[in-house]
Design a protein around this ligand. Structure first.
Ligand code: FMN
Ligand code: SF4
Length: 428
């Protein structure tokens, strides 16, 4: 099976092993034979889509960077990885850091960037050290720094440690954090390519996105488009957790059936139990019912059929004994805690969601609370500066919609009229 990043080569994290297996040949080839625009064109034609959650086309994003500017340009590499259920980027730092570094060099060459910041969540001590070791080795050999491989191209790569805030994974909060400011998301527009780090043109890409680039340059765009689902090609690093026998990170083609991942790759559901619910792509993604799991294919386009998305490909499997109310409480608590507080719908709404869920759990729930929860979620969704609001709203809205009977069984039947049932006017 095609593996682009987590190839089964022992000690691939070491520079000499990476080079012995063709490492740093793509950047050599690009510097010798390709113009920066050629590199961007290949990435564009490959149809690579961002692996940070939103699936935005990578090559297209790169074209937004201005060619003529007297300001410095920057690349931010997003390794914040703080979404519950997501733990795949650290696998790259551990198993194949040089392929990521080479991807950064190619991105910098394509966009005329001389400095890249790798933003890594502060709790990742081990992985920060592993990446720093790899950067040191590459610097020593002259693969990063001035006049790389004897060319005119020079760039530096720095690690920037986060301090444990999920919101700093949002691209504009990330830039504020790198600047030493509080990690508040910025109102967009202006978008980062126009006004990014220190007000200069900036591109933000996920770690896995960048780690794909060397192989795309080496093998060509067409090769990449033929792997997995054509509309969302390549492989994904699926981080599977929860009630499966073999949780872990598995690289598989996009479009792999969910049940193949659960049964064949992860050894089935623990204790042979039935599935209750699966979250396909990190805690913010709408869940799948057992029936939907049977036909779900794991790529962004296919999951749309079920009102969901691939997100970060963090698959959370829950068996038939799972209390979905407790699951929602745990998720709601996370988003309430992580809201930066700038926008009222998110700041107040996440607290409302948590309090209503806790009330139901304490045995004081009413049937109308289910509509109230949906109403609060709808009033957060789409009405905030950043997508954390949506991330908080979706799990509540969709879990209640798809598993309503479970929640009805937990509330009293005495109905109370809910005053606000419809979405209020949008702030945008
Ligand atoms: C609250 C929030 C947290 C996010 N956390 C991450 C993260 O940890 N890593 C990441 O790559 N993208 C994260 N994103 C998405 C980024 O804003 C951005 O879209 C992504 O880094 C772009 O990279 P890509 O185009 O390569 O996917 C987050 C977004 C939001 C709204
Ligand atoms: S949506 Fe939430 S996290 Fe995002 S800016 Fe508004 S308050 Fe902050």
């Amino acid at each position: 099976m095609t593996k682009i990043i987590l190839k089964d080569i022992p000690d691939l994290h070491k520079l000499d092993v990476y080079e012995a297996n063709g490492g740093y040949q793509s950047i050599r080839k690009a510097l010798k034979e390709m113009s920066p625009d050629d590199v961007t064109t290949v990435v564009k034609n490959s149809n690579l889509r961002g692996r940070g959650g939103a699936c935005f086309p990578t090559g297209l994003k790169w074209t937004f960077m201005p060619k003529q500017t007297d300001k410095p340009k920057y690349l931010c590499c997003n390794g914040d990885e703080s979404e519950p259920g997501s733990f795949k980027d650290r696998e790259i730092f551990e198993k194949n850091p040089h392929q990521f570094i080479e991807g950064v060099l190619l991105a910098c060459y394509a966009m005329g960037i001389k400095a890249a910041y790798v933003y890594i969540r502060g709790e990742y001590f081990k992985w920060i050290n592993l990446l720093q070791d790899a950067l040191d080795d590459a610097y020593k050999k002259g693969y990063i720094g001035k006049n790389i491989f004897g060319s005119e191209f020079s760039t530096d790569i720095y690690i920037h440690r986060g301090a444990g805030a999920y919101i700093c994974g949002e691209e504009s909060a990330l830039m504020n954090s790198v600047e030493g400011k509080r990690g508040y998301p910025r109102v967009k527009p202006p978008f980062p390519a126009a006004y990014g780090l220190w007000g200069c043109p900036t591109t933000i890409n996920n770690i896995e996105t960048l780690a794909n680039i060397p192989e795309i340059i080496k093998n060509g765009a067409e090769w990449f488009t033929q792997i997995g689902e054509p509309k969302h090609p390549g492989t994904l690093l699926f981080g599977v957790s929860g009630h499966v026998n073999k949780p872990g990170v598995y690289e598989l083609p996009t479009g792999t059936p969910l049940m193949t991942i659960i049964n064949d790759v992860c050894g089935g559901v623990l204790d042979g139990k039935k599935i209750k619910m699966v979250i396909p792509g990190g805690s913010s993604m709408p869940p799948l019912t057992p029936e939907e799991c049977l036909t779900a294919k794991m790529d962004n386009e296919s999951l749309k059929e079920f009102g969901s998305s691939i997100g970060t490909a963090g698959v959370m499997v829950m068996n038939e004994d799972t209390d979905l109310l407790k699951v929602l409480i745990r998720i709601a608590k996370f988003y309430y805690h992580e809201s930066c507080g700038q926008c009222t719908p998110c700041r107040e709404g996440t607290g409302w969601l948590l309090r209503i869920l806790n009330r139901i759990d304490a045995g004081h729930g009413r049937i109308s609370d289910l509509d109230l929860l949906t109403s609060v979620a709808l009033n957060i969704e789409g009405n905030t500066i950043c997508a954390l609001g949506d991330a908080a709203a979706w799990p509540v809205k969709w879990t209640i919609k798809k598993f309503r009977a479970d929640f009805e069984a937990r509330v009293s039947k005495d109905d109370v009229q809910v005053p606000v049932l419809n979405k209020v006017h949008s702030m945008r």
